[in-house]
Design a protein around this ligand. Structure first.
Ligand SMILES: [Zn+2]
Length: 82
């Protein structure tokens, strides 16, 4: 049985974009925007990179949520993107 929630671009690029959490990084850069994590609702920073990775099919989550999900989804795959 197959349950498909996300478009398949999720599989190809997918993954999760980490947003720095405000509790970890109290002062953001000039081009960062304060937003909230869609998963846990904590305050985190939207970096200029985010729209790009979202377009590639990634979901933007705070660091903690992204790590939790990331561990579950791709533990072996890792591409260093900076
Ligand atoms: Zn979160």
């Amino acid at each position: 049985m197959e349950v498909r929630i996300w478009p398949r671009s999720m599989e190809e690029k997918g993954g999760y974009a980490m947003m720095p959490m405000k509790k970890n990084v109290p002062v953001g850069h000039d081009d960062w925007e304060l937003t909230t994590c869609p998963e846990c609702g904590c305050e985190c920073w939207k970096t200029p990179l985010l729209p790009i990775v979202i377009r590639q099919g990634a979901a933007a989550l705070c660091t903690e949520c992204a790590m939790r999900k990331g561990m579950a989804v791709n533990s072996a795959k890792s591409k260093s993107g900076g």
